[in-house]
Design a protein around this ligand. Structure first.
Ligand code: NAD
Length: 326
């Protein structure tokens, strides 16, 4: 009998090439499933490819045969890695293949704000031809300063693109990134210095105990009134209530957000009433090419685990533990 692989995505969201790759050696089962069907499937599954589902003791209790939790993405704040490690379950991510897509989306948000693209679209549809009011001016990116908080895989690609726009680059990270310093003339600074001096502040840190609420009222107050905040990392990195207040009171010029405290963001959330925000539904990696590459990477990791081999894209916390055993 073939091993079973549970995929927490609808079949049409998981690329056909990855389905074919898995189908050769496993039975692959997709959402949507009823609660009963899910419990039946997960009880028999050797591998789980997961989106944003919480993987904790409760989930693992239902999944006694699991060898691997393969995240379809790179953030793994929804996975209790320690609980998986205790049970000998690998946790993997899909690094690098999505960095460019998220960096491009970061610039989609930045340019939407600085060139007022959403507002301009509404103006063309309802006002331009009336000739009553001129469209307000935007601001240049060339010569402006971008502050990158978290300059890892995605942050580095944001730096590369910002360099192309001839922006000055500041970054803040727990670890120095000499490559972005050398290649893109980026400068490592303290968080406060970055907030005070940037025209665009963009977040690319993982959600951890140290980064939860990293941008709150105090940090927003340090930013320039003309500055924009971009968040494509994780919602809870920003205190969303403090951000809503800062945007209402004009303490900063605007925000571009792909991630939220609660997803989907409720329709009555006060952020949705503001004009100086551009909001997208957690689609940083959402391109055809990138989602295919992510599906192939997740499938590859699963195939390793099913063959009894250590998968290539273990989360850092597990590298020591499992690589030592080989
Ligand atoms: P990465 O691990 O390569 O980079 C993260 C960087 O943050 C590292 O350089 C690390 O040193 C730094 N960092 C960690 N904690 C810090 C702290 N307390 N202070 C300062 N710096 C700190 O990760 P990545 O691949 O660049 O991804 C970053 C995050 O982006 C992911 O964890 C995920 O949450 C988010 N993400 C979002 C989407 C989306 O669709 N919006 C898609 C992919 C990733």
């Amino acid at each position: 009998m073939k091993p079973k692989v549970y995929v927490e995505l609808p079949r049409d969201f998981f690329h056909e090439d990855a389905v074919n790759m898995l189908s050769k050696v496993a039975d692959t089962l997709f959402e949507p499933l009823s609660k009963e069907e899910f419990e039946e499937v997960i009880a028999e599954s050797s591998a789980a490819i997961i989106g944003l589902k919480r993987i904790d003791e409760n989930f693992l209790e239902l999944a006694p045969k699991l060898k691997i939790v393969a995240r379809f993405g790179v953030g793994y704040d929804n996975v209790d890695v320690e609980a998986c490690t205790k049970r000998g379950i690998y946790v993997t991510i899909t690094p690098n293949v999505l960095s460019d897509a998220v960096a491009e989306h970061t610039f989609a948000l930045i340019l939407s704000l600085t060139r007022r693209v959403i507002e301009a679209d509404r103006y063309v549809r309802s006002e331009w031809a009336k000739g009553e009011k001129r469209f307000p001016l935007g601001v240049d990116l060339k010569g402006k300063t971008i502050g990158i908080i978290g300059c890892g895989r995605i942050g580095s690609q944001v730096a590369r693109k910002a360099y192309g726009f001839e922006m000055k680059i500041l970054y803040h990270d727990a670890v120095r990134n000499e490559e972005v310093e050398k290649r893109f003339d980026a400068k490592l600074v303290s968080l406060n210095e970055l907030l005070r001096n940037s025209d665009i502040v963009t977040l690319h840190v993982p959600l951890t105990d140290a980064t939860r609420g990293m941008i709150g009222e105090k940090e927003l107050n340090l930013m320039k009134e003309s500055a924009y905040l971009i968040n494509t990392s994780r919602g809870p990195v920003v205190d969303q209530e403090a951000l809503t207040r800062a945007l209402k009171e004009g303490k900063i010029a605007g925000a571009g957000l792909d991630v939220f405290a609660l997803e989907p963001i409720p329709l009555d959330d006060p952020l949705l009433k503001l004009d100086n925000v551009v909001l997208t539904p957690h689609i940083g990696s959402g391109t055809v090419e990138t989602r295919r590459a992510m599906a192939l990477k997740a499938a590859e990791n699963v195939l390793y685990a099913l063959k009894g081999k250590v998968p290539p894209d273990l989360v850092p916390e597990q590298r020591e533990v499992f690589l030592k055993q080989t």
